[in-house]
Design a protein around this ligand. Structure first.
Ligand code: FMN
Length: 338
């Protein structure tokens, strides 16, 4: 049988399927089942700075003799979406003891000191590595993008040196002028891997009520084209491992990410749609593809079709876009206008 083993951030994984940070990975029972279902690794649900702020607010209220129990929405309970940061740390420690596959802790903070402090505290839980989710929505038109990126690189450098030798991955946003440049700068700053990409839940607006609507949308297969392309463009050129994420739901999706140069992939939506048994199906399909394509190890296939190795000069580049839009037999050409 073909060998699905790989390495992510220098850590051996039995297979490239990492269950990404989500509510799935916030539940001890589910985590054990994810391991049973044959995942290669797990990223815990993120610790958000808002959880830390909430805890601080509650402590302040307590100190001021304010009865926060009158505000049930602010109650801090382990295992709920409002688990406090201390409970989260305890939970991560227990989760690490409960599984034998690699477990990575995810942090999504906003302010410098919280990033540093909580990276260190998560690192001390015994996890195999950290995933930093640099999610932030730029809301100020007068802040230049390079300043934001400089700050991110400096932050990652500081975190990496504080938690060293624990490996660090950065879950990146696709919204930067040149994600390849940012990825290589993050690698120089000490990140061992980058996740292409974070998936943002965008708010919607109901034109009838004028109210914002926050919907929970799972990804679709089309969405894997963006990580696929940037994985292929970055492969072998940024000095870091690449984990492809978003819209991956079959062994064939994993196969194309591996060919493009990914060392591993993250999955979440497919598990919500098809349950944890999807992990077994994906592995089976990956084996089928490797047998069909004649690869006995995943490493043999890795990066074979990336931008450095593809024999198609148009693959992954601007010319491909022109070819799609102008080709009579591709996409829009199939839809007669009249
Ligand atoms: C319900 C749900 C919750 C998520 N929570 C987090 C989170 O806490 N932190 C994070 O970095 N990503 C979070 N994500 C994003 C996933 O980790 C992953 O990057 C993304 O879902 C793309 O994979 P998919 O297409 O397989 O869903 C969440 C995704 C879903 C669907």
């Amino acid at each position: 049988m073909s060998d699905l083993s790989t390495r992510w951030l220098g850590i051996p994984l039995a297979n490239p399927l990492i269950v990404g940070a989500s509510r799935l990975t916030a539940d001890m029972g589910v985590i054990a089942k994810i391991q049973e279902a044959g995942a290669g690794a797990i990223v815990t649900a993120s610790l958000f700075e808002e959880q830390i702020e909430l805890q601080n607010d509650l402590l302040e209220d307590f100190a001021m003799d304010y009865d926060s129990r009158e505000q049930p929405e602010l109650s801090v309970h382990a295992g709920t979406s409002y688990a406090g940061p201390e409970e989260h740390l305890e939970w991560v420690k227990r989760a690490k003891r409960a599984v034998s596959i690699p477990l990575f802790a995810s942090l999504n903070a906003r302010t410098h000191d919280v990033w540093l402090d909580w990276s260190e505290r998560l690192a001390e839980t015994g996890v195999d590595g950290l995933e930093l989710n640099l999610y932030a929505t730029p809301c100020d038109p007068f802040v230049p993008g390079d300043r934001i990126e400089d700050e991110q690189v400096a932050l990652v450098k500081e975190i990496c040196s504080r938690v060293s030798p624990l490996p660090v991955a950065v879950k990146m946003s696709p919204f930067s002028a040149n994600p390849l440049n940012l990825a290589s700068r993050l690698a120089k700053a000490g990140a061992r891997g980058v996740v292409f990409f974070n998936r943002f839940f965008q708010p919607d607006l109901d034109p009838g009520t004028g109210e914002s609507v926050f919907t929970f949308d799972l990804s679709t297969g089309m969405e894997n084209r963006l990580p696929l392309r940037f994985t292929a463009l970055a492969s072998g050129r940024i000095g870091a491992d690449i984990c492809a994420s978003t819209g991956i739901s079959s062994g064939f999706d994993v196969a194309k990410m591996i060919l493009a140069g990914a060392s591993a992939v993250q999955v979440v939506s497919v598990l919500y749609r098809k349950k944890l048994s999807a992990l077994g199906t994906i592995r089976k399909e990956l084996h089928q593809w490797m047998d069909m394509a004649g690869y006995s190890t995943l490493a043999d296939a890795m990066g074979r079709k990336d931008a450095l190795h593809s024999t198609d000069p148009y693959a992954w580049k601007r010319a491909q876009y022109v070819r799609i839009l102008m080709g009579a037999r591709t996409s829009v050409g199939q839809y007669p206008l009249l």
